[in-house]
Design a protein around this ligand. Structure first.
Ligand SMILES: *Cc1c(COP(=O)(O)O)cnc(C)c1O
Length: 483
């Protein structure tokens, strides 16, 4: 099933189910200035200034467009340190949408992860999951634990028609529990819309299997619903049992299968903030007292009351099919066109963004030359588009300092919800095609400043040759004095 719209040529296009009422002016710098900006940013797209960026596709975190209802709700926020009405409204929305009685606010997704790690992870803990997220893994390691990822082989294949590449490998999960013993495993974690393998969903059938294993061994199941909107979209469009179900019902089905759900509201709610929800009083009490210690009092958790109001409205809107279908359908549009031209891109199209396969794009570079980082830099130079490296640069070194090559080397081009238009998407498609034709010009990167933790955020790199200058010269040759 697709909700794209058929036009007279026989093509399908994604159709916006909203109109633009507030706009932000953008700059498109000339290519020479883009090169200069990239140099100043140490070839790390996190260090670019947004004023130098034409399409900011770094992330969907805190960059989704808010609705008029969300903006309006912020005006009636109830400022109080304790017992704010805004918090009561959020708690009611959480109870209604997620079906959970207890709610702990945290200032963003990783803050929720910090609380989970502090409450449950100890030295030597092992946390099995379908796939890690950067902050999740770093926080579990920081607490002395270790992450084990159990996905099926298909997850690391670039080209596939598998509808649920985010599924947990059940056999490996069971083997891990048997091997390590239940006492070493504080919880099992499932991530909806697996961020780092290309926004790929898991099926509810798979989640039910995971639940069975957790029940058998008595291990709590934690569900990260930051990217659940896209996961739900695919449960509805790819999983027979759910094709006629409302998104609200699908979300409840997912949450009911977990003992704890947590989220980054920067993603799921198109706002800011985050939180942890559960129906299990014992688990709740293990986490509760950490909130005032690390986040803020229990009725604001480090967030402003305005953010809290926008979260409450955003959480309800997260079950509107017209809202959640927007970005997957733009992604599908772009991915299918790139794929038809033979450009290596993760298929099937997922949520969150389009993911170019940098290993397929730049086979002449080894993982130690950071192909995904190089492609991210080249993308900005060629188009003023800021994507995110999701490859070896985003990995943590092993404790002994060994570089760990990433499972997949991706340039992620995020589609924050309701932000970009179809003409911008077509411009992006054209520039990706140009880069593909000129891929032999793109060389590698090396670290010049490498922080020990989460190095991808602020680490600085440099090209291993003068390839960026050659790319700019070719751009001028092909596009004349156009931007
Ligand atoms: C973004 C994200 C987080 C962390 O959330 P922040 O609000 O950025 O701290 C955690 N899990 C997943 C799956 C995410 O995509």
């Amino acid at each position: 099933m697709s909700n794209q719209i058929k036009i007279s040529t026989g093509e399908f296009i994604p159709l916006e189910m909203h109109k633009v009422r507030i706009v932000q002016k953008l700059n498109l710098l000339p290519v020479e200035e883009r090169l200069k900006a990239m140099e100043e940013a140490g070839y790390n797209s996190f260090l670019l200034n947004n004023r130098d960026v034409y399409m900011d596709m770094l992330t969907d975190s805190g960059t989704n467009a808010m609705s008029d209802q969300q903006l309006a709700s912020m005006m009636i926020a109830d400022d109080a340190y304790a017992g704010s009405e805004s918090f009561n409204r959020l708690k009611a929305a959480v109870e209604e949408v997620l079906g959970t009685k207890y709610f702990l606010p945290a200032h963003q997704g990783r803050a929720a992860e910090h609380i989970l790690a502090k409450a449950f992870v100890t030295e030597g803990s092992v946390v099995p999951m379908n796939f890690h997220f950067t902050t999740t893994k770093a926080l579990i390691m920081y607490a002395g634990g270790r992450v084990e990822e159990f996905f099926y082989d298909v997850a690391s294949q670039v080209k596939s028609e598998h509808p649920f590449k985010g599924n947990m490998n059940i056999e490996k999960l069971v083997a891990c529990i048997e091997e390590n013993g239940v006492e070493k495993i504080p919880f099992v974690r499932m991530e909806a819309g697996t961020n780092l393998i290309g926004g790929q969903p898991f099926s509810i059938a798979n989640m039910r299997e995971v639940r069975k294993v957790c029940d058998k061994y008595g291990i709590p199941l934690v569900l990260d619903i930051s990217l659940v909107c896209e996961n739900m979209y695919f449960n509805k469009t790819r999983e027979e049992e759910f094709k006629d179900k409302e998104p609200a019902e699908i979300l409840r089905t997912l949450c009911d299968l977990a003992d704890i759900v947590y989220f980054s509201a920067r993603k799921i709610c198109c706002s800011r903030g985050g939180g942890i929800a559960t129906n299990n009083e014992k688990l709740y009490l293990k986490m509760r007292d950490l909130i005032p210690l690390f986040e803020g009092f229990l009725t604001y958790g480090g967030m402003s009351v305005r953010e809290i109001e926008a979260m409450a409205v955003g959480l309800r809107e997260a079950t509107d099919f017209n809202m959640i279908r927007h970005s997957p359908e733009f992604i599908k549009y772009l991915v299918e066109r790139l794929d038809a031209k033979g450009i290596p891109v993760i298929t099937p199209p997922g949520g969150l963004g389009a993911h170019l396969d940098a290993r397929g794009f730049l086979p002449h570079l080894s993982s130690h030359e950071y192909p995904a980082g190089a492609l991210t830099a080249a993308m900005y130079i060629a188009a003023g588009v800021r994507g995110m490296e999701r490859g070896t640069v985003s990995m943590e070194r092993d404790p002994d300092g060994t570089e760990v090559p990433a499972e997949v080397e991706l340039l992620r081009l995020a589609f924050p919800r309701r932000v970009f238009t179809l003409s911008q998407t077509k411009y992006l498609e054209d520039r990706i095609e140009w880069l593909w034709k000129n891929r032999n010009l793109i060389g590698g990167l090396k670290f010049v400043e490498e922080p020990p933790v989460l190095r991808f955020f602020v680490g600085r790199l440099a090209p291993t040759s003068d390839w960026p200058q050659k790319l700019v010269a070719k751009f001028r040759e092909d596009f004349g004095d156009s931007l």
